[in-house]
Design a protein around this ligand. Structure first.
Ligand SMILES: Cc1ncc(COP(=O)(O)O)c(C=O)c1O
Length: 393
């Protein structure tokens, strides 16, 4: 059977590969603990589950959610209230917000709505593995923009060659950053807007970790003056409200891009189940305290992992964002060799940095979305079974 050539470019999805490795080891009776995947284990807030239950009993919600193709007006208004309250960003629910089936889906509709075949598209390296397939699917060409530790994992916009910037039509990036945990500064966001304006580049600012920050202010791309002229921000209920399985998010910002994405979506899916949109309204309006509780849990886990890493010889100051820790690997290992080494010694699974791009080589990613008991056990195994690691000074 013929399958489309575009699929041939796509490497096996990192987490599928890891899942296979985990399942295969579990089938052999190994007690595997995965610190690889960023998928909260705690439950969605109870009031959100109740809101879904209530809305799902109303037969009006059993029909296509297509009356309001951009998402229910009530949902878009709740998104506008949330952005106003949490980020001091004003959004017009009529023109500047479209509901998404998660921010991953938004990356795809941004490509379908904005990018032409053959376009050059800037994408950070390392970066979220979802971006490149979206770019390939529309026949465009990703161009990696390095993110280096010495620049706090922010792209050096001045180092992008002018001929590349002139040819580029779009830029995918994400802060608080998966995988590095880096956060964007207001200065960087201002520079990004100026860069995008200067070269006429549409920005896809993917911000699903906007709420997951430690000791620094929450920040939206749309806080930067002029951001709405050059791009959109994708956001999501997945990470702040433990709703990865619910599949709901939003694209906000530039009205032309929002409209283009809505047109792409209207011709692809039929929107998000209205009952889920009602539940999302409950989350956006009434769960600020839940986020505080989750950040407290992640903060404690962060400290535990950092203490173990310090005792094993790492000297590592983590950036302030996300529920990931992106640490340099010890000397003598590539990122996947180190993951294999840790797995062999402890049956703990980490994500190899190289899977996130060439510049991810030399790093591994720990995720803090695992039960406390499991994390304690993983760290106990690492302390007991790993020794003699050497680190560059
Ligand atoms: C940077 C980034 N963007 C998008 C997503 C997908 O989020 P959603 O569940 O909203 O589709 C993830 C998930 O891990 C992510 O890390």
């Amino acid at each position: 059977m013929q399958t489309a050539e575009r699929l041939s470019k796509i490497p096996p999805y990192l987490f599928m590969t890891l899942r296979n490795k985990i399942n295969e080891a579990r089938a052999r009776g190994v007690d595997v603990i995965s610190l690889a995947i960023g998928d909260p284990v705690e439950a969605t807030p109870g009031n959100v589950v109740e809101a879904l239950a209530k809305a799902s009993r109303d037969k009006a919600n059993h029909r296509y959610p297509t009356d309001e193709e951009w998402g229910m007006a009530a949902f878009r208004e709740a998104v506008a209230r949330w952005y106003s309250r949490r980020y001091h960003v004003a959004l017009d629910p009529e023109k500047e917000i479209v509901a998404l089936i998660g921010s991953k889906e938004g990356c795809h509709h941004f490509a379908l709505g904005v990018i032409n075949p053959g376009d050059l598209v800037l994408v950070t390296d390392p970066g979220y593995p979802g971006y490149k397939p979206s770019i390939w699917f529309v026949g465009a060409v990703p161009h990696p923009v390095p993110m280096k530790g010495e620049n706090n994992f922010l792209p050096d916009l001045d180092a992008i060659p002018a001929d590349v910037a002139k040819r580029a039509t779009a830029f995918y990036l994400n802060y608080p950053n998966n995988p590095t945990g880096a956060v964007a500064t207001p200065g960087f966001l201002a520079d990004l807007v100026a860069f995008a304006r200067n070269y006429n580049i549409a920005v896809c600012y993917d911000n699903p970790y906007s709420e997951v920050v430690f000791g620094v202010d929450r920040r939206s791309f749309l806080n930067a003056d002029g951001a709405k002229e050059v791009g959109v921000e994708l956001n999501s209920l997945s990470k702040p409200y433990n709703m990865t399985g619910w599949r709901i998010g939003m694209a906000c910002g530039n009205p032309d891009i929002v409209k283009a994405m809505a047109t792409s979506k209207a011709n692809t899916d039929s929107g998000v189940f209205n009952a889920i949109q009602y539940a999302a309204i409950e989350a956006l309006d009434n769960c600020d305290d839940f986020i505080v509780e989750m950040l407290h849990i992640y903060g404690q886990r962060r400290e535990k992992v950092l203490a173990t890493l310090r005792d094993l010889g790492w000297r590592y100051e983590p950036p302030a964002g996300t529920f990931y820790l992106w640490t340099p690997v010890p000397e003598g290992f590539s990122s996947s060799e180190f993951c294999d080494f840790v797995f062999e010694k402890t049956a703990v699974v980490l994500a190899p940095g190289a899977a996130y791009g060439t510049n991810g080589e030399g790093y591994v990613r720990f995720s803090l979305t695992v039960e406390d008991e499991q994390l304690d056990e993983a760290l106990r195994r690492m302390r007991n079974n790993i020794e003699g690691l050497a680190f560059a000074t």
